[in-house]
Design a protein around this ligand. Structure first.
Ligand code: NAD
Length: 261
């Protein structure tokens, strides 16, 4: 199989989500943007939720979505988001790399707020709508770091493991109401979040950026390339299809074999 070829567009899934509304957090960039585009391409009306106003507006314009410029670290702002989503993609996230004994507590708290509390707050308000309609899809963009730890990423690893627990609990509570909840667990995806890490590591280790990717990031993966955001988006879209209605409470690695070790 050619693992370098670009992901094909939704194709057979076009029209799948006509009449559905999706809320995607962190939809202005990277994986979230790709998810928003894929869901809109399949017919969903998309709430484009992000802190980055200009980029979010551009995405919404392109896909005919509705922008919500929201700081997910602000509980009141999160609670003001629409509660009528049939699909929620909890995607927004951020990273901070530091040894635990030097990790700034306020960064730790911020990461839990954005990556754990905001998904909880969004779901507690949107699940009643899904239950009323007897259908809902929750896609949590977790990470290999929801399944495995790495040093110096304590806040991120903690938050992703918490998201895994939240996702499984929602799966159990949502099943009688036609709601599934799953985690998607990517390895390193080619997005601004990872590009910033590559630049940081190159500086720290005094090595070129392509060596950071090959020697550090892809060290554990069997498939020696970064993932493209569209590949994650296609899995998120598929999880919203009828073929995936029996898949719930699962964590689906898209990691080129990282967790096979
Ligand atoms: P990205 O930096 O490209 O995009 C993240 C988006 O989240 C940005 O648009 C940003 O503005 C938004 N965001 C951050 N903080 C916010 C806040 N307080 N309020 C509102 N929006 C906020 O990152 P990405 O790589 O696309 O990551 C998306 C998700 O995928 C994250 O949860 C990340 O942990 C996860 N993930 C990424 C990778 C990877 O390699 N890129 C791997 C595994 C998991």
């Amino acid at each position: 199989m050619d693992t370098t070829s670009p992901v094909p567009p939704a194709g057979p899934l076009a029209g799948l989500l006509d009449g559905r509304t999706a809320l995607v957090t962190g939809a202005a960039s990277g994986i979230g943007r790709a998810c928003a585009e894929a869901l809109a391409g399949a017919g969903a009306r998309v709430y484009v939720v992000d802190l980055a106003a200009e980029a979010a507006e551009q995405v919404a314009l392109r896909i005919g979505g509705v922008v919500h410029v929201t700081d997910l670290a602000d509980p009141a702002a999160v609670d003001a988001l629409p509660d009528d989503a049939d699909i929620v993609v909890n995607n927004a996230g951020l990273q901070h790399v530091a040894p635990l004994h030097e990790f700034p507590p306020e960064r730790f708290t911020l990461i839990q707020r954005v990556m754990v509390e905001a998904p909880f707050r969004i779901l507690r308000r949107t699940l009643p709508h899904m239950y009323r309609r007897g259908w809902g899809r929750v896609v949590n963009i977790s990470s290999v770091h929801g399944l495995r730890a790495s040093p110096f990423k304590s806040a991120y690893v903690t938050a992703k493991h918490a998201l895994e627990g939240l996702s499984k609990t929602v799966a159990l509570e949502g099943a009688p109401h036609g709601v599934t909840s799953n985690c998607v667990n990517p390895g390193y995806v080619r997005t601004p979040l990872v590009e910033r890490q590559i630049a940081g590591q190159a500086l720290a280790h005094k090595i070129p950026e392509d060596e950071v990717v090959e020697r550090i990031m892809l060290d554990r993966t069997a498939v020696k390339r970064l993932i493209e955001p569209g590949e994650i988006a296609q899995l998120a879209l598929w999880l919203c299809s009828p073929h995936a209605s029996y898949i719930t409470g699962a964590s689906l690695p898209v990691d080129g074999g990282w967790t096979a070790r």
